[in-house]
Design a protein around this ligand. Sequence first.
Ligand code: BES
Ligand code: MN
Ligand code: ZN
Length: 461
Amino acid sequence: MPARFSEAKTDTIPIRLIAPADVPDAFADLTEAQRSWIDHMGFAAKPGQVLSLADASGRPALALIGLGKPEVRKRTRFAVGAAIAQLPADTYRIDALPEDVSGDEVGLGYLLSCYRFDRYRNQPRVKAGLVAPPQTNAARLEQIAEAEALTRDLINTPAEDMGPDALEAAMRDLAGRFGAEVTATEGEALIGANLPLIHTVGRAATRAPRLLDMTWGNSGPTLTLVGKGVCFDTGGLNLKPGASMGLMKKDMGGAATVLGLAQMIMSAALPLRLRVLIPAVENNVAGNAFRPGDILTARNGLTVEINNTDAEGRLVLADALALASETPPDLMISMATLTGAARVAVGPDLAPFYTDDDPLAAALAMAASNVADPVWRMPFHTPYESMIEPGIADLDNAPKGGFAGSITAALFLRRFVKDTPRYAHFDIYGWQPSAAPGRPKGGVGQGARSVFEALPEVLNL
Ligand code: BES
Ligand code: MN
Ligand code: ZN
């Protein structure tokens, strides 16, 4: 069930948002009993600190939530919304927001905190209802949170239940809700359709590889999203060690994130024409697996020497990006859990992205700070092109030396993008390693809210 705001009823409990500097002045209008309770409980308006107050007859009267000092607030953007989600069962409202507190951030923080992954086990639900904060577009926030929940569900679902077939079903389901069209090219048909790398990477798995293609909208600028849909990444014959393989159900995080972004776009009915391409495969091991040293020819004719079967994401994306470029969109975005190197560089919170388009980069950075979905620009450093050129073929999928692993992967992808000057690639992690406000441990969308926020400016909508 998607997280929703509550109806504005008369018997809701007011929430008071309090900065440490306002303590104790903010309590001047309260009863002596309440003030002594606040004192006893040590409420100091720390970020996300909550305290419920009763009236003289013991009925809930007011909830206090701490904002923390201005300098620490930036550390945990969704702390207030997450704190509201922890209040005792009842319906709450916010009558007034301090000048420097965004209603959107509080509201979205609350909705994102309501997410539960309960496909395999019931999870205790949030009991506190919240009326949409002042100055917010409730429907828009609900749509964003619902789309993020889709992304999280897809990533959290283990590979056994989220193979290429299930990813296709998820796309068809989404398309059905919004009247989008889906075509899928599966198994041996990939060869006839000239999508050889997708076929080669996925052919050793019992669940057939496929390219999923969804289109929606009939007027406005064109946007193509490409998402890495590696439903499980064993590494292939260059098998990952157990510890590295453990989380690889999340290797379709790019696909999950572009589907979430597509849901935001369609539910907001943005006036654009959308295409979503997902190469959906399982990188597995069998007698027909592709091997190190093999040289493969991609859709666009470039030959690729396989120096590591674990660098599979760039291979399946190569065909998808080449296909996408044959109908050049006004804007193209790829998202992929592409490299471990991206994690080493920026950690799990930041979504590094690459683009040659300065205005696009600036719009993304601005949007990211507005919607608390941090992204960080990385360089398409052209001098490193030589690192991905093995000599024996046009391209090397896994340069030796280990320098700049995220950059060389991005440069590899850029070789397959043609006639599309406005292109950005996100090398995301897709996983929250330990719970933070609004983000439980597990699958998480990265960059989607920022792109969604930036689209009106970038595409002149
Ligand atoms: N899916 C992985 C990248 C990954 C690993 C993302 C861990 C997030 C967390 C990708 O397919 C991969 O294995 N990449 C290799 C490439 C290397 C062999 C050139 C990597 O990053 O080690
Ligand atoms: Mn891999
Ligand atoms: Zn992978």
